[in-house]
Design a protein around this ligand. Structure first.
Ligand code: PEP
Ligand code: MN
Length: 261
């Protein structure tokens, strides 16, 4: 059902008036994790002032180590919703358990399924059983065909509001956190009718590569870019090496807007 052969025209996912897949660029920006109301509000303010609509923030954090910050859970989603309502933004947040989907839908506008859960089939089926848009990230070591099949799990349950997100894959290269597979973008666009975003933060893991990889994403035809922004990355509870501070984010947006797409 996600195949372009089955449906030649692009799917457009409507997120509170933001139409992802319409040929324009769309941005999903915000902190790695929700830490506090003040932290989220500071980022939301600049996201809004840049004319953007989608605010990200993790409340359920699937951390590699059980001793790392695990996120604020439902409390975090409540903070996101409060801030998003104040700034008229849409919330994108990761859900890691099928049991949380129903309650989470009260607070969020897009269900993010993270790389570590791309093949959590019960989660995919649960996300397919609601009508909320789903942002599905490519698995850490997933082939494109496996990624497409994961989207098929969602759409086969009746939810076709799916956005794919390339976020880098694990290779032998250690200069970046993951290897951004930029050619996945046109392949996914050819083989499916779904919008495709590029997450430049988790793919590169390097602040100095966020802008060049975002430019590459725009040039190659991605429908948008995801990146992380934190008021003070040095004290961030997760991904402190790679989040942008607010002045850097403003420069990042100014450069991308020059690309005029
Ligand atoms: C995230 O976007 O918050 C995240 C954890 O990314 P990924 O699932 O791609 O690692
Ligand atoms: Mn992160």
């Amino acid at each position: 059902l996600v195949s372009r052969k089955n449906k030649p025209e692009d799917t457009v996912v409507n997120i509170k008036g933001e139409t992802v897949g319409d040929g324009n660029l769309h941005y999903v920006m915000g902190p790695c994790a929700v830490e506090s109301y003040e932290q989220v509000a500071e980022v939301a303010k600049v996201v809004k002032s840049q004319g953007l609509k989608m605010l990200r923030g993790g409340a359920f954090k699937p951390r590699t180590s059980p001793y790392d910050f695990q996120g604020l859970g439902i409390e975090g989603l409540k903070i996101l919703k409060q801030v998003a309502d104040e700034f008229d933004l849409a919330v994108v947040s990761e859900i890691v358990s099928p049991a949380d989907i129903e309650e989470a839908c009260e607070y969020i506008d897009v269900i993010q399924i993270g790389a570590r859960n791309m093949q959590n089939f019960e989660l995919l089926k649960a996300a397919g059983s609601v009508q909320k848009p789903v942002l599905l990230k490519r698995g850490l070591a997933a082939q494109i065909s496996e990624f497409i099949n994961a989207a098929e799990y969602i759409i086969s349950r009746g939810n076709e509001n799916i956005i794919l997100c390339e976020r880098g894959i694990r290779t032998y290269e250690k200069a970046t956190r993951n290897t951004l597979d930029i050619s996945a973008v046109p392949i996914l666009k050819q083989e499916t009718h779904l919008p495709v975003l590029v997450d430049v933060t988790h793919s590169t893991g390097r602040r100095d590569l966020l802008l060049p990889t975002a430019k590459a994403a725009v040039a190659i035809g991605a429908d948008g870019v995801m990146a992380e922004v934190h008021p003070d990355p040095a004290v961030a509870l997760s991904d402190s090496q790679q989040q942008m501070d607010i002045p850097t984010f403003e420069k990042f947006m100014a450069e991308l807007k020059k690309m005029n797409r």
